[in-house]
Ligand binder design. Sequence first.
Ligand code: AQP
Length: 333
Amino acid sequence: MEKKIFSGVQPTGNLHLGNYLGAIKNFVKLNNNKENKCVFCVVDLHAITVSQDPKELKNNIRETVATFIASGIDPKKSIIFNQSQVSAHSEAAWILSCIARMGWLNRMTQFKEKAGKDKEKASIGLYSYPILMAADILLYDSTHVPVGDDQKQHLELCRDIAQKFNNDFKVDDFFKVPEPLIQKEFSRIMSLKDGLKKMSKSELSDLSRINLTDDKDQIINKIKKAKTDPLPLPTTIDDLDKRPEAKNLIGIYASLTDSTLEKSIKEFSGKNFLEFKENLSQVLVDKIIPITVEIKKLLNEKKYLDTILLEGSKKADKIASEKVKKIHEIVGF
Ligand code: AQP
């Protein structure tokens, strides 16, 4: 069966190993399956829910496209575009915000985490962001949405919005109710400094993450400094449960080598972290540096990147504006 895939990445700089292993690596696999129709969006409207420097934002949009392509997404097979260029997203988001309920949004944990203690000062966009995300997905009749584990709740909200719209207007199956595609293992890569915190772009310490633009020395240094515990590496998965940093590092190793946690534990069981970290650094350098080199090369080809976005936007606009026309009819405009 044909799958319609949609996913987005925010152009907020510092794309990192978590974005790669949790999302982009999966995008590449989906892009390579002939049965799938994929749309990968640089979600710049989402990015401005927190303050952005306009010049940096422009560069970050190009860097995100460069990362998609350097990782192996083929713009001939998949639609790649930036959200702001297809106005249907903003329009559908408004209409869907009249469908979504305050109570639903109030439960979103990511808003609570990102807004922090001073919720009054957070932008309204940050609060209503999951509705825009629902519009992004539903406009393309997406059947599957590959995301990291942190986006699971937003996807459930998207499903609720689709179902309520279909029920309210008695238009059975107008919005497809999408399925999340969350990897069973390695769907949440944690900070190198704290195994209980997600690896994140906005974390102040650069040592907490491997950026996809880091060079070999930076990668080796960050792994050397990554937090561990004093015990040797464990022998079973159960032993890892109380050792979040060890679990995260072995998980990263397993994901990069396309292995499983179990096999990777066997490979290093009883060894010390020094030896394991040398192996991990080597795998990271082998897998990530070719991507880094390609990103840097592509960033010098601004016209090429802009053309991909322009062509992608035209294709996306055709699909999304058709859907908005139908929404107008259903709503009674
Ligand atoms: N640590 C992670 N582990 C696994 N997947 C992750 N993703 C993000 N962090 C991890 C997945 O990457 C995709 C794109 O994410 P995004 O651009 O929407 O940004 P985000 O989730 O807001 O990323 P950050 O790094 O966490 O940014 P900040 O610091 O701004 O909060 C998504 O599919 C996401 O699940």
